[in-house]
Design a protein around this ligand. Structure first.
Ligand code: TRP
Length: 431
C-alpha cells in the first residue's frame, strides 16, 4: 500500500516561539516518525515575501526556522525537508494553475477580502496596498500541495479555505487536461483538534501579534526565565491557596509535563505554592526539555553551510519527484517538445538487444543463473546456490567486476565462449 503523504509549509517570517513548538513543530516531528506516512515539511519563503519586504529579516528567519526544526528532532533523511524557493517546479506549476483559476475564486479569499474591507472602511481605494502576491497567495499554496500530490495538509483553521481552493483548482485542472486521468489527488486539511493553542504571558493565545510570546531558543535560558517572570498572576501571597486556572502558568506547564507532574503542580498551587516558586518550577521543567534542543540549535545556527547542505539535499530529493511530474503536466497542457516522439517499441527493441541475466531454480532445489547474449546464446552458466539471495549476490559481483579473473568461481563459461566475450557483455550491461 502506498503511504499517506502529509505536507505542510512554514512561512518564514519571525522567530519560533513556545506556542509554535507545542502547536506545530512537536506534533509534526512526532508524526514524521510514523512509518506509514511520507512527510513533506518546507519553508514557505516565497510566501514570506508576500508579507515582508525586509531582506535581512527574510534571510535570518528562514535560517532560524530551519535550525529550529532540525534541533527539535526532525530527521531530514526520513522526511522531505526543503525550501520552497529551491524547487523551481513550484512557481512553474503556479503559473499552470493560475491559468485555470477563476478570478472570482480569488476574490473570495478571506485574507484578500479582509484587506479590501479594511481599505473600504478607511475610505481608501479598495485595492490600496494589495499586491498580486497577496491576491494570488492561494494559487502558490495550491502548487506547494499539488506538486507532491499530498493527501493531508496539517494547518491552522485560518488556512482551511486555502485547502478548499487547492481542491477546486486541482479538480479544474484534472477536468480540463486529464483526459480521464486524475493528475491531482484532492488534498484534505488536517486540523489537530487535540493540540490546544498555548496561552501567552497575558493569558490570550500566544501570538506574535499580541506580543505575549515566550521565545523557544532566542535569548537562551536567561530570556526564557525573564519571559516566565512576566506571566500575569494575581497578588496572592505564598501560603495562600491559588486558583491554578487563573493564570497561563498552568496550561504552559501542562503542555510540556507528564500528567502526574501536572497534577502535582496543580495541587501545590492549591496548597499555597508562591507564584515566584511556581515560576521557578515552570522554568526548570521547560528547561529540561528545551536545553538539549537549544544546544543543538546553537550548534546548527553556527554552521549555516551545514544547514544549506541539508536543505539542498532535501530539495534534490523532492525535485526528483516534482520534476518528472511537472514534465507530464507541461505535456498535458501542450507545452511539448518538437522532437519526434521516440516510439516505445524502439526503446523496447533496444533493450532486447542487450545481454541478459536469467535466474531460475532447478529440480535439485538450488538457485542458478545464466548470462545469455542478445541472441540467446549461453555465455555463462552458474553453479547451484542455496538461496536466491546468494545467486543475486554472485550476479552483482559479476556486474561490478571489470575482469572475470576477479570473480574466479561460482560459474562456468558457455561452450566456445571466451572470457573476453563475457567481459564485453558485462560492459554492455553496465552502460
Ligand atoms: N499559508 C500557510 C500559513 O500561513 C503556510 C503555507 C504555505 C502552507 N504553503 C503551504 C501550509 C502549503 C500548508 C501547505 O500557515
Amino acid at each position: 500500500m502506498s503511504k499517506t503523504r502529509i505536507l505542510t509549509g512554514i512561512t518564514t517570517t519571525g522567530t519560533p516561539h513556545l506556542g509554535n513548538y507545542v502547536g506545530a513543530i512537536r506534533p509534526a516531528v512526532a508524526a514524521s516518525r510514523d512509518d506509514n506516512v511520507e512527510s513533506y515539511y518546507f519553508m514557505a519563503d516565497y510566501h514570506a515575501l508576500i508579507k515582508c519586504d525586509d531582506p535581512a529579516r527574510i534571510a535570518r528567519s528562514r535560517l532560524e526556522i530551519a535550525a529550529t526544526w532540525l534541533a527539535c528532532g526532525l530527521d531530514p533523511d526520513k522526511v522531505y525537508f526543503y525550501r520552497q524557493s529551491d524547487i523551481p517546479e513550484i512557481p512553474e506549476l503556479t503559473w499552470l494553475l493560475t491559468c485555470v483559476t477563476a478570478k472570482g475564486l480569488m476574490n473570495r479569499a478571506h485574507a484578500y477580502k479582509a484587506s479590501v474591507d479594511a481599505n473600504t472602511a478607511a475610505g481608501e481605494d479598495p485595492d490600496a496596498g494589495i499586491t498580486m502576491g497577496l491576491y494570488s497567495y492561494p494559487i502558490l499554496m495550491a502548487a506547494d500541495i499539488l506538486i507532491f500530490n499530498a493527501h493531508k495538509v496539517p494547518v491552522g483553521r485560518d488556512q482551511i479555505q486555502h485547502i478548499e481552493m487547492a481542491r477546486d483548482i486541482a479538480a479544474r485542472f484534472n477536468h480540463l487536461f486529464g483526459a480521464g486521468r486524475e493528475f491531482f489527488v484532492q488534498p484534505e486539511a488536517l486540523i489537530e483538534e487535540s493540540v490546544a493553542t498555548l496561552p501567552g504571558l497575558d493569558g490570550r493565545k500566544m501570538s506574535k501579534s499580541y506580543d505575549n510570546t515566550i521565545p523557544l531558543f532566542e535569548g537562551g535560558a536567561k530570556k526564557l526565565k525573564e519571559s516566565i517572570a512576566r506571566i500575569v498572576t494575581d497578588s496572592r501571597l505564598p501560603g495562600e491557596s491559588k486558583d491554578p486556572d487563573s493564570t497561563a502558568l498552568m496550561p504552559i506547564y501542562a503542555a510540556v509535563a507528564s500528567h502526574a507532574e501536572t497534577v502535582e503542580f496543580r495541587t501545590a498551587l492549591l496548597d499555597g505554592l508562591g507564584w515566584g516558586d511556581a515560576k521557578q518550577q515552570l522554568f526548570e521543567r521547560l528547561e529540561r526539555d528545551i536545553a538539549p534542543m537549544r544546544a543543538r540549535y546553537e550548534e546548527l545556527i553556527a554552521q549555516p553551510a551545514r544547514i544549506e547542505e541539508i536543505l539542498q539535499a532535501g530539495a534534490a530529493r523532492a525535485r526528483a519527484i516534482g520534476a518528472p511530474f511537472l514534465a507530464e503536466l507541461r505535456e498535458a497542457v501542450g507545452l511539448r517538445s518538437f522532437r519526434p516522439v521516440v516510439e516505445k517499441k524502439t526503446v523496447a527493441a533496444a533493450t532486447a538487444r542487450l545481454p541478459q541475466f536469467k535466474q531460475y531454480r532447478e529440480a535439485d532445489g538450488k538457485f542458478y543463473f545464466k548470462l545469455l547474449d542478445a541472441d540467446g546464446r549461453l555465455l555463462l552458466q552458474s553453479d547451484g546456490f542455496d538461496s536466491p539471495k546468494a545467486a543475486g549476490q554472485s550476479i552483482a559481483s559479476l556486474r561490478a567486476a571489470a575482469s572475470l579473473a576477479s570473480v574466479a568461481d561460482g560459474y562456468a563459461l558457455g561452450p566456445d565462449v571466451s572470457a573476453a566475450e563475457v567481459e564485453q557483455a558485462l560492459a554492455a550491461l553496465a552502460q
